[in-house]
Design a protein around this ligand. Sequence first.
Ligand SMILES: NC(=O)c1ccc[n+]([C@@H]2O[C@H](COP(=O)([O-])OP(=O)(O)OC[C@H]3O[C@@H](n4cnc5c(N)ncnc54)[C@H](O)[C@@H]3O)[C@@H](O)[C@H]2O)c1
Length: 249
Amino acid sequence: MGYLDDQIVLITAGGGGISRATAKLFAREGARLMLADINGEAAEAAAAEIRAGGGEAHAAVADALVASDCARAVRETVDQYGKLNVLINLVGFFGRGDGGVDKVSLEDWDWMMDINLKSVFLMSKYAIPEMLKGGGGVIVNTGTTAAVMGRAGSPIYGTPKAGVLSLTRAMAADYFRQSIRINAVCPSGTLTRMLTDVLRQRARTRRNWHTNWRCFGRAIRGSRPPRTSPPHTSTWLPTSFRARSPVTS
Ligand SMILES: NC(=O)c1ccc[n+]([C@@H]2O[C@H](COP(=O)([O-])OP(=O)(O)OC[C@H]3O[C@@H](n4cnc5c(N)ncnc54)[C@H](O)[C@@H]3O)[C@@H](O)[C@H]2O)c1
């Protein structure tokens, strides 16, 4: 028996580093998964890995910036499993539009707001009605430590992620009476493809740039997580954010 038995979980960016690690941990606890990603091959590879390990997972191709794709990912989950209990919003991107605000292009600003914030809005918008039909659910959004502290050189990453925290609080206040619990987690540096690519690029293009690779976490380490701890045993701790006392009007 796992503690997520019978839970139907939709994970966005399902082919990516943190998502894949999350999916594997959830599958180990009995969750049945839908992994949605713009990269269908990556999502299918992650799902196949879970199935090979005895879990249950399917892949959906969906761009989290396209409303109809988000609606379809939710619909495919419900068609496949009959319900949706948990949505984990993991689409997000770091590393575009670096430098001070005076150097950031309008195009980069818009794209970073969309990929980090609009994606959470869209997926939640279509997932919540299914959760309401089932009598409740859980949404976990992904912030970052940059959402709660100023970080030089990447002003347009922390900003939409702070918006994710604000959206999380507001959604938690709106839906807690209908038994939908909504929280956000703020991971610190984790060596996934996204972060590795950005750091390598900086090493190539910036003078005197040094990366201490050992200070970053890995998406998964060790085996089964202790149930009372965050779902990993890494060298760092994420900041978890909870809308503990929703404020209602
Ligand atoms: N890696 C870190 O250090 C770190 C730290 C804090 C927060 N985060 C957050 O964690 C989340 C996951 O990051 P990661 O490092 O695992 O990323 P990753 O680069 O390993 O994976 C990203 C995945 O997202 C998919 N994707 C990209 N655009 C998409 C779109 N429009 N629609 C659907 N899927 C799309 C990609 O195909 C890829 O599979 C992000 O929200 C990121 O901001 C990461």
